[in-house]
Design a binder for this molecule. Structure first.
Ligand SMILES: NC(=O)c1ccc[n+]([C@@H]2O[C@H](COP(=O)([O-])OP(=O)(O)OC[C@H]3O[C@@H](n4cnc5c(N)ncnc54)[C@H](O)[C@@H]3O)[C@@H](O)[C@H]2O)c1
Ligand SMILES: O=C(O)C(=O)C[C@]1(C(=O)O)C=C[C@@H](O)C=C1
Length: 380
């Protein structure tokens, strides 16, 4: 089938030694993940089709350029090279099994946040698992649906591949190629190890963020308006979709419960200590708890999955006018300093913003000097 709307952009170098280029993909579930994959693939010129239970999601997916809607075109691919199931976890088993049956020669993957329960479900369904490998891009947002999709969502982010004893080598290579073509860094591990890992590094953070944010429900707005970056940093993912997370947490409950017990132990210890904050040993206990947090936080690798790296930060006051941030970034680029990270914030009730800029520590003083000399206000 020819694709009238595939942009003709050229691909980069071959995705990986031994990983074939992905040529045609059907995405089942055109929400945040599905449409982000579609956008990334279409930018590479890959023929991409969308299928969604929701006609609106499918249509919006096509409108944003994530692929062609099966409904709109009244057609479907005769035999896609790859099907990516990007639906909610609770329908993933049935959709993967259905795709394996509908397309008897096609490789199928899914991107659900849990892997063990899906593999077990497919084994029970008697699906042809030589053409299936479960996968999980460790990239997402606290928003749902195709409108929130981003083609570059996976750039430099981890993407886990969970081959099973049934997975054919060619299946594994194709899905690995997909992740690499979308800019991700592939890590391979069995489904059980994946689920144990995400319980701590993804599911527990979601629960902690939700528990913290739920404390704010009755807080008067004038008090909340005083919140600084700390509260925002720790509650961003509390805005995530409850419908999706009830499925993820239920499916991985066995691995999450031990982590929750650990948190409960620490909390009980902290409460006891704080009830007698000046008693002998209490201050040391509190300091230890914060230091243990420092030690854990310092172990989180940097943005490219390498060793943790400390950048130096500085905060620049910027007028809340169009073009000011672009002007600041251009200035930093022009003096030859690499911007490692950027975070924007607003001063409540003020017509100014705060741009927190991260750079190599040995360039910080030079940057402060250059900015100040050129009229920028560096506040920290
Ligand atoms: N949100 C994240 O940050 C994130 C990150 C990595 C992986 N995931 C996983 O990706 C999957 C999709 O999550 P999302 O955030 O894109 O959700 P989403 O709600 O944005 O999209 C899911 C889409 O699947 C569609 N759908 C539901 N049932 C369907 C069916 N039977 N047939 C076809 N389409 C159906 C929905 O209409 C919706 O458009 C989930 O399994 C999730 O665990 C999510
Ligand atoms: O950044 C976010 O919004 C996310 O929470 C994304 C996140 C994560 O924990 O990293 C959440 C769940 C997914 O399964 C994968 C990625």
């Amino acid at each position: 089938m020819t694709d009238p709307a595939v942009p003709g952009r050229s691909r980069g170098p071959a995705s990986d030694a031994g990983s074939p280029e992905v040529a045609s993909v059907l995405i089942v579930g055109a929400g945040l993940l599905g449409a982000s994959i579609g956008l990334g693939l279409r930018n590479l010129g890959v023929e991409t089709w969308l299928r969604d239970a929701s006609p609106t999601a499918e249509a919006v997916g096509e409108d944003i350029g994530a692929g062609l809607s099966e409904r709109a075109w009244g057609a479907r691919m005769a035999e896609p090279q790859l099907v990516v199931v990007a639906s909610p976890p609770d329908v993933t088993v049935e959709l993967v099994a259905a795709a394996l049956t509908e397309f008897p020669h096609t490789v199928v993957t899914d991107v659900a946040s849990v892997k063990g329960s899906i593999l077990r479900g497919l084994e029970e369904a008697g699906a042809d698992l030589s053409r299936y490998v479960g996968s999980h891009p460790m990239a997402g947002r606290e928003k749902s649906g195709p409108v929130a999709a981003r083609g570059e969502l996976f750039t430099s982010m981890p993407w886990v591949l969970c081959s099973s004893e049934h997975t054919a080598p060619s299946t594994r290579r194709l899905v690995k190629g997909l992740a690499i073509e979308l800019g991700a860094t592939v890590t391979e591990m069995p489904a059980e190890e994946h689920d144990d890992t995400v319980a701590l590094i993804s599911h527990l953070p979601q629960v902690m963020s939700s528990l913290l944010a739920s404390r704010l429900q009755d807080t008067p707005l004038h008090r909340l308006s005083l919140a600084g970056q700390g509260l925002r940093d720790t509650t961003r993912i509390a805005a995530s979709d409850p419908g999706l997370w009830v499925q993820i947490l239920t499916a991985n409950a066995g691995a999450i419960v031990p982590a929750l017990h650990g948190v409960r132990e620490d909390l009980e210890r902290l409460i006891e200590t704080m009830e007698a904050p000046t008693a002998p040993g209490s201050r040391l206990d509190v300091a230890q708890l914060i230091a243990e947090g420092n030690a854990g936080q310092a172990r989180i690798p940097g943005k490219h999955g390498g060793a943790p790296k400390a950048f130096a930060q500085l905060t620049v006051l910027v007028d809340d006018r169009p073009g000011t941030i672009a002007h600041l970034l251009t200035f930093i680029g022009e003096i030859g300093i690499n911007l490692e990270d950027l975070r924007l914030d607003h001063s409540p009730g003020q017509p100014v913003g705060l741009a927190e800029v991260s750079v190599e520590p040995n360039r910080r003083d030079e940057l402060v000097e250059a900015l100040t000399t050129n009229g920028w206000k560096v506040v920290q």
